[in-house]
Design a protein around this ligand. Structure first.
Ligand SMILES: NC(=O)c1ccc[n+]([C@@H]2O[C@H](COP(=O)([O-])OP(=O)(O)OC[C@H]3O[C@@H](n4cnc5c(N)ncnc54)[C@H](O)[C@@H]3O)[C@@H](O)[C@H]2O)c1
Length: 332
């Protein structure tokens, strides 16, 4: 039984708690928030102990792994301190995305976990669906052929105007991670950013990617769209077919170039499939618990979260300097 704790008892900390208490392989031993009301309410809701200071919790409880569900500037500014405290106390750590809003701090966390032989994961939950695994199987079986083009779209409505880079840093670890999941490491990046007349931050983006395997990618992102009809769409064009993964898990289809028959995969509600987006958290956290319990390695690792973040930083640099940025400049 993996003994887990949660730091940060906002909406997402409570989502992690719901998943841990319903997982027979995990025991939620404590939750912590500097806002006393939040920690106390979450502890009461999930019948566990509340702390208001991370160091106190780490000293008092026997814990194997911690979910860091803080937020902060660009939704990642507060992760570093508690994540570092937990790693220094020899706990495995799962950090909410983005791993950090600061690339150097993200690098520090990855290095700290590696040096101490600890497991570090990031909640890149969008790829933790059976459709993504099945799509990769189809690709391994040669049904797509040689991957050539990758088109990714991720859009929601987020009116927050807190930082010029908020949309990129808070959201696009997800989309870049899904693209990397299928196409591998990125070699170079070029970005244009924009916004409507109603906004001031860079709430729209088009980011072009050249992958190490020669595949070309385009990422359309927005914080100005309604999620009513979905939030995400991935399209991969290969030499043997075209694959579409629509809205994270709603539709997976492969259109072979040489046949009229379409390959389709459905994750039915009747077979434990999704009732809501919460299912992506259920899958991701179940995998984290299983992989940490087995001693690792972990999927959606700190290293992968760092690589996704570095692509986002390369896009920001590309826009600022109006040039193509090589990934080797950020991750030598
Ligand atoms: N994976 C996903 O699909 C997904 C979706 C939405 C949000 N998120 C991420 O989840 C994270 C949390 O989001 P939220 O909306 O719950 O945030 P939130 O701001 O509502 O909650 C964060 C909590 O952390 C607490 N906190 C901050 N520093 C602390 C510290 N050092 N010790 C103890 N508590 C501390 C705050 O007091 C706050 O209550 C963000 O990083 C966000 O990007 C992920």
């Amino acid at each position: 039984m993996l003994r887990v704790a949660i730091v940060g008892c906002g909406g997402i900390g409570n989502t992690h708690a719901r998943q841990y208490v319903s997982n027979p392989a995990a025991k939620l031993v404590a939750v912590c928030d500097i806002l006393h009301d939040r920690a106390d309410a979450t502890a009461a809701r999930f019948a566990t102990r509340a702390y208001h200071d991370v160091a106190e919790m780490l000293a008092a409880e026997e814990i194997d792994a911690v979910s860091v569900c803080t937020s902060g500037v660009e939704n990642g500014g507060d992760h570093y301190l508690p994540a570092r405290q937990c790693l220094e106390a020899s706990k495995h750590v799962l950090v909410e995305k983005p791993l950090s809003n600061d690339l150097e701090r993200a690098k520090e966390l990855v290095a700290l976990a590696r040096d101490r032989g600890l497991l570090l994961g990031v909640d890149l939950n969008h790829r933790f669906v059976p459709q993504a695994e099945r799509a990769r199987e189809w690709i391994r079986e040669g049904r797509l052929g040689e991957p050539m083009l990758c088109n990714m779209e991720l859009w929601i409505n987020n009116p927050n105007e807190s930082s010029p880079w908020y949309h990129l840093r808070a959201l696009h670890s997800h989309s870049v991670d899904v693209m990397r999941f299928f196409c591998g490491d990125v070699r170079s990046v070029h970005a244009f950013l924009g916004h409507s007349s109603k906004r001031t931050i860079w709430s729209n983006c088009v980011i072009n990617l050249e992958f190490e395997n020669g595949c070309l990618g385009a990422l359309f992102g927005s914080y100005e769209a309604a999620p009513r009809h979905g939030i995400e769409r991935l399209e991969l064009l290969g030499s043997a077919g075209r694959l579409v993964l629509d809205n994270v898990f709603e539709r997976l289809e492969l259109y072979p170039h040489n046949s009229d028959e379409i390959l389709s995969y459905r994750w039915s509600m009747m077979n434990g499939g999704p009732h809501s987006f919460e299912q992506t958290f259920r899958n991701r956290l179940a995998r984290w618990v299983a992989e940490v319990s087995a001693g690792g390695p972990v999927s959606g690792s700190g290293e992968e979260g760092l690589r996704a973040l570095a692509v986002v930083e390369a896009a920001i640099r590309s826009f600022q300097e109006r040039r193509v940025v090589e990934m080797a400049e950020l991750l030598p």
